[in-house]
Design a protein around this ligand. Structure first.
Ligand code: CAA
Length: 391
């Protein structure tokens, strides 16, 4: 049978960040609440020269070679912070990357679940067209507002996944359990550029969905915790996955519990320094695990729990491939984190309020201040103007 899965993974976050202990001080909150209670150390801050399109394009730019650009015939862009109600963000990325024109390009929305739907769609497409490659993007800017309970769980970034047959990193298995229920735990009306959340309900539903889906998965697959090297989670903040994992750990031995807890911790490292990136968050956590842990044996099974408020959840799995470490971009990601610039709380607040005009007026930005390859250069005639400095 044809193995289908993740062949390459790219990641990009804006070059600015805020230290959570400084945000805590300015909001008169004990810093331990943010760093331990929520589990976040740094939060990516998005300059006006980046949006969900540019973040995704930058994440993909670092991983694709010319052969990939020729072979990709489907671009699936998962986002809940898209830039247009009609045109898909995937079409902009397709152009910015210079992809083969004989391609489909669409946007998928269901809160933080969009990229997972994209991966499953890509798997079906490759099963029918084994020579094709699909670019799946998860890109978002999480905004709740200044001085809101959600403020400490903001962030921004994108993950780009190249899905193909005979993948170099992870082969996806066919067993998966998905679940939908209409819940108002988190939403963003079309008139608002900030999300609304019922924080307590969202935490409860995230855990309840995991519990339901995990029970169903065990019954369907016959597998249990011992069969997993690690379980990765959608991470709105890094304490969240821990809260869902803890109640089920008693199902297994101390040894397996320790393995899952250690690997969970490693899977939170990148997210802890970036914040919530919504639909890319699960895949940032997967990336953190496989880049920051020592190499796992080929065939190790990794679980992935995707949760998109509203709500749709899914648990699915993949097997790490022989030599997968050689296909990761660890140095690039270390450099990305090391080169970020800290902003003060007043600077973050100013950047947060600097949004694009909504009255049709024109604006132009100096993209030289933004080290990213692909930037938003302005808006004119109601159209966003993008630039790829290397194309
Ligand atoms: N030292 C250590 N820990 C402390 C502390 C201190 N001084 N003070 C508080 N804490 C702990 C609390 O005990 C709590 O831990 P537990 O949850 O384990 O009990 C934690 O810090 C958070 O404290 P609160 O519950 O009081 O925090 P809050 O009410 O101010 O807000 C939040 C927390 C609900 C997550 C809020 O930030 C929020 O609404 N965020 C947006 C919604 C969200 O992220 N929901 C997650 C599930 S939904 C989802 O996953 C989809 C998505 O991406 C949005």
């Amino acid at each position: 049978m044809l193995d289908i899965g993740i062949d390459k993974i790219g990641f990009y976050a804006p070059h600015l960040y805020l230290d959570m202990t400084k945000l805590a001080a300015s909001r008169n909150v004990d810093p331990d609440k943010f760093t331990i209670g929520i589990g976040q150390e740094k939060m990516a801050v998005t300059p006006v020269t980046q949006d969900s399109v540019t973040l995704a394009a930058n994440a993909a730019w670092e991983i694709l070679d010319d052969a990939d650009k020729e072979t990709i015939d489907f671009v699936i862009f998962g986002t809940e912070t898209g830039v247009d109600s009609s045109k898909s963000a995937a079409v902009y990325v397709h152009e910015l990357l210079g992809l083969n024109p004989y391609a489909r390009a669409i946007e998928v929305k269901q809160a933080c679940y969009g990229a997972t739907a994209g991966i499953q769609m890509a798997k079906g497409h490759i099963a029918m067209n084994p020579d094709s490659k699909v670019l799946v993007l998860g890109s978002d800017i999480a905004r709740y507002g200044l001085n809101t309970p959600g403020e400490a769980t903001q962030g921004a970034g994108a993950v780009a996944l190249l899905i193909s047959a005979e993948p170099n990193i992870m082969a996806l298995e066919d067993q998966s359990v998905y679940f939908t229920a209409d819940i108002m735990d988190f939403w963003r009306p079309v008139y608002s550029d900030k999300a609304f959340a019922d924080g307590k309900l969202s935490n409860e539903q995230y855990i309840a969905f995991f519990s339901e889906i995990w029970s169903q998965y065990k019954a369907k697959s016959g597998l249990g915790l011992k069969d997993f090297e690690a379980i990765t989670f959608h991470l709105p903040y890094t304490k969240m996955g821990k809260k869902a994992l803890k109640p089920v750990l008693g199902e297994t031995t101390e040894e397996v519990q320790e393995r899952l807890k250690t690997n969970y911790q490693t899977s939170t490292e990148y997210n802890r320094s970036v914040g919530n990136i919504y639909t890319g968050s699960l895949y940032l956590s997967l990336l953190s695990l496989i880049e920051q842990a020592n190499a796992f044996p080929a065939g190790s099974r990794i679980g992935m729990y995707s949760y998109g408020s509203g709500a749709v959840g899914e648990f699915f799995t993949g097997l790490l491939q022989n030599g997968y470490k050689e296909h990761l971009h660890i140095k690039q990601h270390d450099d990305l984190f090391a080169s970020r610039k800290e902003v003060t709380v007043p600077e973050y607040e100013t950047i947060f309020e600097e949004t694009l005009p909504t009255d049709g007026s024109e604006v132009a930005f100096d993209v030289q201040d933004d080290p990213a390859t692909i930037c938003l250069a302005g808006v004119a005639d109601h159209k966003r103007r993008y630039v790829n400095k290397k194309k």
